[in-house]
Design a protein around this ligand. Structure first.
Ligand code: THU
Length: 140
């Protein structure tokens, strides 16, 4: 896992480290069924980057997305603040999180920004609030 000191967290340095992290995590994707590999890199308040990849299962619905793996890893390491989530798939340019991941992200990181990229390392940025306009809430 990479760490970026707050001083070094210039936009350029951060995006380079995030890209390195997401590409490293992609190698661990387990996607023999869909053949779509996905990785996520989550930049957290501590300055650390936690990564995740999708992990599929022959019982398809047990598959977990890269985004949730990264988020749950970070939470289990004690992270409380989530700043930026980069996701990447070589098979799907500018991949976006599924609805389930958006809902889970909203629980812990309603103000997070989601970055997505294509094969040419071009980025699009979306605030979670723009992708999930009306999240489910138990209480208003
Ligand atoms: N997947 C992710 O990991 N993240 C997404 O944002 C969308 C989909 C995974 C789940 C499954 O392993 C494969 O991509 C195809 O749906």
């Amino acid at each position: 896992m990479a760490r970026i000191s707050s001083k070094a967290a210039s936009h350029k340095k951060l995006s380079k480290e995030m890209m390195r992290s997401v590409k490293r995590a992609l190698k661990n994707a387990y996607a023999p069924y869909s053949k779509v590999s996905v990785a996520a890199a989550l930049y957290c308040g501590s300055g650390r980057i936690h990564t995740g990849c999708n992990v599929e299962n022959s019982s398809y619905s047990l598959t977990i997305c890269a985004e949730r793996v990264a988020l749950f890893k970070a939470i289990s390491e004690g992270e409380k603040r989530f700043v930026l989530l980069l996701i990447h798939s070589p098979q799907v340019d500018f991949i976006l999180p599924c609805g389930a991941c958006l809902q889970v992200l909203n629980e812990f990181a309603p103000d997070i920004v989601i970055a997505t990229m294509n094969k040419k390392n071009e980025f699009h940025f979306h605030p979670l609030k723009a992708l999930l306009v009306k999240p489910f809430k138990l209480h208003k």
